[in-house]
Design a protein around this ligand. Sequence first.
Ligand SMILES: Nc1ncnc2c1ncn2[C@@H]1O[C@H](COP(=O)(O)OP(=O)(O)OP(=O)(O)O)[C@@H](O)[C@H]1O
Ligand SMILES: [Mg+2]
Length: 511
Amino acid sequence: MKKVIEMKGITKVFPGTIANDNVDFELLKGETHVLLGENGAGKTTLMNILYGLYQPEKGEIYVNENLAKITNPNDAIKLGIGMVHQHFMLVNNFTVAENIILGIEPKKGIKLDLKKAVKDVEAISEKYGFSIDPNAVIEDISVGQQQKVEILKALYRGAEILILDEPTAVLTPQEIEELANIIDNLKKEGKSVILITHKLKEVMKMSDRVTIIRRGKVTGTVQTKETNIDELAELMVGRKVNLVVEKDPCKIGKRVLHVENLSAIDQRKVEVIKDINFEVFGGEIFGIAGVDGNGQTELLEVLTGLRKPKEGKISVDEKDIYGKTPKEIIKAGVAHIPEDRHKRGLVLKYSLFENSILGMHKEKPFCKGIVLNYNNIKKHCDKLIEEFDVRTPNNAVNASALSGGNQQKLIAAREIYKDPELLIAAQPTRGIDVGAIEYIHKRLVGERDKGKAVLLVSLELDEILALSDRIAVMYDGKIVDIIDRKDADEQKLGILMAGGTLDENKEGVEK
Ligand SMILES: Nc1ncnc2c1ncn2[C@@H]1O[C@H](COP(=O)(O)OP(=O)(O)OP(=O)(O)O)[C@@H](O)[C@H]1O
Ligand SMILES: [Mg+2]
């Protein structure tokens, strides 16, 4: 088969890090090729080089067997290479069609021909099986839809080779199915796809080949049908990974979080949380499952003080925190791993050591009077880096220099380390490699075993099932059921998440 891309001897150095070390990579026409590797292994860097965002110190790139000079994304696009980034780059108040044609607008005379643009977008959507409204405004559509816009944008520019950097990290299982379908259709048209993902089930399902990168070096390429999940995990981490979480039965302690008749509204005054009641006890992990957009985000915002509730009661350790500010809630003993790491978790232009005490800079031992104790702060940061294996040259680099997964690891480390009465973990392992997931899961279970209360919100059913002692399911702003882990399985949760009830289903099965 024809090689559409060949990267030879690519080396890219950042201060203190060799991100890519003499990397060879090839992509065949019509294949889906996964790049697999730990957080910080160099996957995004390699793809940014292919897309012309970075220049390598050494190495050559061949496109369709011709030596290519790719000095910026325009060069890449001209060569038929398109890329969808780990963090999207859309204009929020523009429509889908406007975003897609941005920069290469079709013109009628000197006027922008938006009608033609909408038609073009509809035609491409039809061809590859996207269901999307070209006239919808970006800020009104789901992340999954936004992802499709990014892909359509690349196809509209004539991409024959599509790079997708962790496209499924923020998608619901159903959206992932749709994406798999789209990728299949692209392949049928002879297009080639490079996919970066940490989800090994997806790798098995969606790819033809896998290239594994470790600490900047390629360690091998395997045919997907000749490998399996355990082997892939071992190849990327360099040791056996225990994909099953081991934990003892939980020892329920005192009540920590108590939520009663809680309601909240959104910007448009629509009720998004509807009369919610639940308790979380010390010594348990309480999981909240649900399809994205059923009120989980708003519930978390209310619990952490980022959104004002409409009515109800909330207490932590029997202390009222209803409607309190984030600061007061933290003081009451709540720590929070937020779902959006860029919006809430880190200040990207601050150093790692500054980020490691975010929200704690007025506390001992980081502060004495009004003077910061940098020695203690740096020591604290080094402990987080070491224990959670944050891959970085040192504690002084900016958070923006960390790879996506390592940013997430630093946030998780900081919050777990606070050892709070209530730890709220929202998508705690989003974008994290299997080795690091194993560790973070262990630490969450560790908090539980210490008698702390853990509230876990995750879109990953696997994660909910692996960690939780009890599971609540949210649908349409309500908690529709709370079940014991031992009574739960993927199918039952699936029914509840889609708005069904378990009794109805029993009847359905008997019929
Ligand atoms: N702009 C930058 N400045 C300094 N160092 C960087 C920069 N971008 C990346 N690095 C470093 O290069 C290495 C590779 O990062 P890269 O983003 O390619 O990793 P990755 O494999 O995509 O990881 P992840 O799975 O976490 O996204 C990391 O050690 C990272 O800290
Ligand atoms: Mg990356």
